[in-house]
Each structure stands twice: as C-alpha cells, then as structure tokens.
Design a binder for this molecule. Structure first.
Ligand code: ZN
Length: 80
C-alpha cells in the first residue's frame, strides 16, 4: 500500500508542465510558504526551500516521509 499524505485543499496547487502533486508547506521559522511537488517524468520529489536546492534533500521532505536525492517515490496524495 502506498503511503498517504493529506493536503489541506487551500494549500494545494495546480500542476505545471514538469511537476504535479504540488502543494504549499509553511516554514517553521517564518511566514514563508514553500512548494513541494513531484516530478512528472522522474517521479521524485522536490522542494523550493534553500536546503533542497543546495542538497537535493531537506528536513521538510524527511518530515513528510519522502526520500531526497531524486529517488522516485509514489504516494497517495489526498486533498481534504
Ligand atoms: Zn526543505
């Protein structure tokens, strides 16, 4: 069974050409919103935060149970 991630509907974002399952996550240290999303072709997850951009993994991904370093990973994403 796939792991499930619940996303509040007001945090969900539309797909773009390269990314789907996009949603906002609020920063713990500020009011900033970051975007997390799954790559349509390679199926890995990416994040818009500085940590992911620099290291291709970060605490935000870990907190959601998602692997870093461009590993493909499927989840059941539910908007609620
Ligand atoms: Zn992050």
């Amino acid at each position: 069974m796939l792991p499930t991630i619940y996303v509040r509907s007001d945090m969900a974002l539309p797909d773009n050409s390269q990314w789907e399952n996009r949603f906002n996550v609020k920063s713990e240290s500020s009011n900033r919103l970051y975007v997390i999303s799954q790559n349509k072709k390679n199926r890995h997850w990416g994040f818009s935060c500085p940590g992911w951009r620099a290291h291709r993994t970060c605490k935000h991904l870990s907190a959601l149970g998602l692997p870093g370093h461009s590993q493909p990973y499927e989840v059941n994403l539910i908007n609620q």
